[in-house]
Write a protein that binds this ligand. Structure first.
Ligand code: HAS
Ligand code: CU
Length: 565
């Protein structure tokens, strides 16, 4: 039976979650194009914005895409994955809708306070604080309240997956947790632990400060609490993509997952190691002992392991699929993969780009090399390959497969869908490559001014190419990305609004068993209590002393009053 007929209520929730996610994607995408053209000084005079608007648009772009598009699409994907793999409806539809509305209200509050910078008729004073909202830049309380509601909404969404799992457990004592549910639960355990940092930052410090209840905050303490959450949040985005690469991609390639236990071990490693690494975003911050930065670097390098294991397992599964389809040779099998199916090609291209994004991440993580690239355009180059492609392109690709299942409608505009992932891939190759190189030449991030001329005189010039070429690549790349986004939205809304019922389901939502199942693997892998306890201890070791020293130092200093943005 089709998913939408079997679980109509969960399908409806997932549809609405995807719907909001794609609206945020559309608006965030327009902002992306505008800021790229402005920043590269391409048709700058024709754009209806000035330098101050640039920061409004940059904040809107970051918040709508990195916080709103991600959270809503993760909720939709996990709703589908939990019900599908446990073979039962959600434990509480009411709670799931509650989560949805908390997320919507949070988004509306944060978005209106940002867009006020652009449309002053909107309520709430402007909040151009960028998506990391560092103090002492101060936003309107509505912005922080919105952020808090988005976090709380995500907590409630996660609670529904746990409740559904516990119900299943009562009926199935002693059984191994189905793989997709295992991935959903470990991701959320990591998320609950990670969001404690930002929850304390926002509720204890930023909201009272923006309401005028306290005069000053300690910028170092709030930054540290932010990055406590700010690194693991990137795995909150990555792990849903991994869920798709492990459980759906092998099937799309015509094969089966290579190893279920290896996939479980990978998710456990993320639960353990994602949080005690946040200081790698603060290598240049004074006031944090160097030794703790070094520990954070070491942990980060260990955190490469689960992604390298993933590269191995997923590629092995794809090779299996290709050989099933008649492919042969050492690399010749690559030709036998279904490159004309957008769900497959989108995920595979997202994986390929992530390999490059992972390498730039390794460079970021080196304490000494980080000084070269920190706060340069290299960093946006890195994260457009990771969250901007590994996550975003995977969600778009899987939507081609999933939306027909949760709407019961046939995918429309198939040809457009077929080329869309390739347009994204080419656009991102151009944009991100030039951003990395411009960063090496010293071009700063987060400035409205082009500054390519200054970068052109940097000593790296011969290595990174000419200034004009970098600018052009970024402008052309971002335009292609915008075109790809528009293509995706045309396919989605065309499908959504298309005729229902009559067309047979184009896709088969079942997922074949892995080549090596969980039976032979140690049961302790499924003991989520043990892994959570170890994760808590590791976080306490990594953060206890530094946070204590920042607080005790902070007691002697007055902190910072807000600075206007
Ligand atoms: Fe990062 C900054 C280090 C991964 C996102 N990162 C950022 C920022 C964002 C971000 C948004 O150490 C900017 C924050 C800001 O605004 O200031 N990052 C890393 C490291 C990894 C990493 C070590 N980042 C991510 C992921 C993100 C993300 C994932 C989002 C989803 N990052 C840093 C550091 C900074 C940083 C520093 C601070 C820089 C600074 O100074 O400000 C690792 O997790 C990467 C490991 C990945 C690999 C790749 C494995 C390859 C795979 C591909 C398999 C292939 C397939 C396809 C499936 C080792 C899994 C096969 C297809 C066929 C056809 C065969
Ligand atoms: Cu990080």
């Amino acid at each position: 039976m089709a998913y939408v007929d079997e679980y109509p209520r969960a399908a409806k929730i997932a549809r609405w979650e995807f719907g909001v996610a794609f609206l945020a994607l559309a608006l965030g995408g327009v902002f992306g194009l505008v800021q790229a053209l402005y920043r590269t000084d391409t048709f700058r005079e024709a754009l209806p914005i000035n330098a101050a608007d640039y920061y409004t648009i940059l904040t809107g772009h970051g918040v709508l895409l990195a916080l709103v598009f991600t959270t809503f699409s993760i909720a939709a994907l996990f709703t589908w994955a939990t019900t599908r793999s446990l073979e039962r409806p959600l434990a509480s539809n009411r709670l799931a809708w509650g989560a949805f509305w908390l997320l919507v209200i949070g988004t509306v509050l944060a978005a209106t306070s940002i867009l006020n910078g652009f449309v002053p008729q909107l309520p709430f004073e402007s909040s151009d604080v960028l998506f990391t909202f560092y103090a002492p830049m101060q936003a309107h309380p509505a912005f922080y309240l919105g952020a808090a509601l988005i976090i709380i909404g995500s907590w409630v969404a996660g609670a529904v997956y746990f409740l559904t799992y516990w119900e299943w457990r009562k009926d199935n004592p002693g059984e191994r947790i189905p793989l997709q549910t295992f991935m959903v639960l470990t991701t959320f355990l990591m998320w609950y632990l990670a969001t404690l940092g930002v929850a304390v930052e926002v509720v204890v410090f930023l909201i009272p400060w923006s309401l005028g209840l306290i005069d000053t905050v300690d910028p170092l303490l709030t930054r540290t609490l932010f990055w406590f959450f700010g690194h693991p949040v990137v795995y909150f985005w990555l792990l849903p993509a991994y869920l798709v690469w492990y459980t759906v991609l092998p099937k799309l390639a015509g094969g089966r997952l290579f190893s279920d236990p290896l996939a479980r071990a990978v998710f456990v490693l993320f639960l353990l190691l994602s949080t005690p690494v946040g200081f790698h975003h603060q290598y240049v911050d004074p006031g944090i002992p160097e030794g703790f930065k070094f520990v954070s670097m070491t942990n980060t390098m260990m955190l490469l392991l689960p992604s390298l294991l993933t590269a191995f397992t997923v590629v092995a599964s794809l090779e299996h699929g290709a050989r099933q389809r008649g492919g042969g040779g050492y690399v010749g099998w690559l030709r036998s993969l279904p490159w004309d199916r957008p769900a497959f090609s989108g995920c595979a291209l997202a994986g390929l780009m992530f390999a490059a994004g992972g390498f730039s991440g390794m460079i970021n993580a080196g304490m000494n090399i980080n000084y070269l690239i920190h706060n340069t355009l290299w960093v946006p180059g890195h994260f457009h390959l990771t969250v901007g492609t590994a996550f975003a392109l995977t969600i778009m690709a899987i939507a081609y497969w999933l939306i027909p299942q949760i709407t019961g409608k046939r995918l429309q505009h198939r040809r457009l869908a077929m080329v869309q992932p390739y347009v994204w891939f080419v656009g991102m190759t151009l944009m991100s490559n030039a951003m990395h190189r411009a960063g090496l030449a010293g071009l700063p991030r987060r400035t409205a001014e082009p500054m390519f001329q200054e970068a052109g005189s940097a000593p790296f010039d011969p290595v990174v190419g000419t200034v004009g070429e970098m600018r052009l690549q970024i402008a052309i790349g971002s335009t292609l990305l915008f075109v790809a986004l528009a293509m995706f939205l045309v396919v989605m809304f065309g499908t959504w609004l298309g005729k229902s019922g009559a067309a047979p389901l184009a896709v088969n939502g079942s997922i074949p068993d892995p080549l090596s199942g969980p039976e032979g693997s140690p049961r302790v892998l499924d003991n989520l209590k043990v892994w959570t306890a170890i994760a808590v201890v590791l976080v306490a070791l990594a953060y206890g002393l530094p946070i204590w020293s920042i607080i005790s130092d902070g007691l002697l200093t007055p902190g910072s009053p807000p600075i206007p943005v």
